[in-house]
Write a protein that binds this ligand. Structure first.
Ligand code: SF4
Length: 72
């Protein structure tokens, strides 16, 4: 199920880079990212667990990873 409060978007250039994808898996404390078949996947069931730590935003070029608040 997609997140109610949070959406996470990742540019293809990062999602297809196994090294960067793996890095996202490592930094996110709530397992929003996973890697399958060398491709990044967003674990939709975990999206609302996001703690807005912004660690994922440091991975890859600026703006390539986006955490969107769906509320406010
Ligand atoms: S902001 Fe933190 S908790 Fe949210 S997706 Fe990024 S790394 Fe995970």
């Amino acid at each position: 199920m997609p997140g109610t409060f949070i959406d996470v978007q990742v540019d293809d250039s990062v999602a297809r880079d196994v090294g960067l994808a793996q890095k996202l898996v490592e930094v996110c404390p709530v397992d929003i990212f996973s890697v399958a078949d060398n491709t990044l996947e967003i674990v939709e069931d975990n999206l609302d667990e996001c703690v807005l730590c912004d660690l994922c935003l440091e991975v890859g070029p600026k703006g390539a990873v986006r955490v969107l608040k769906l509320y406010e």
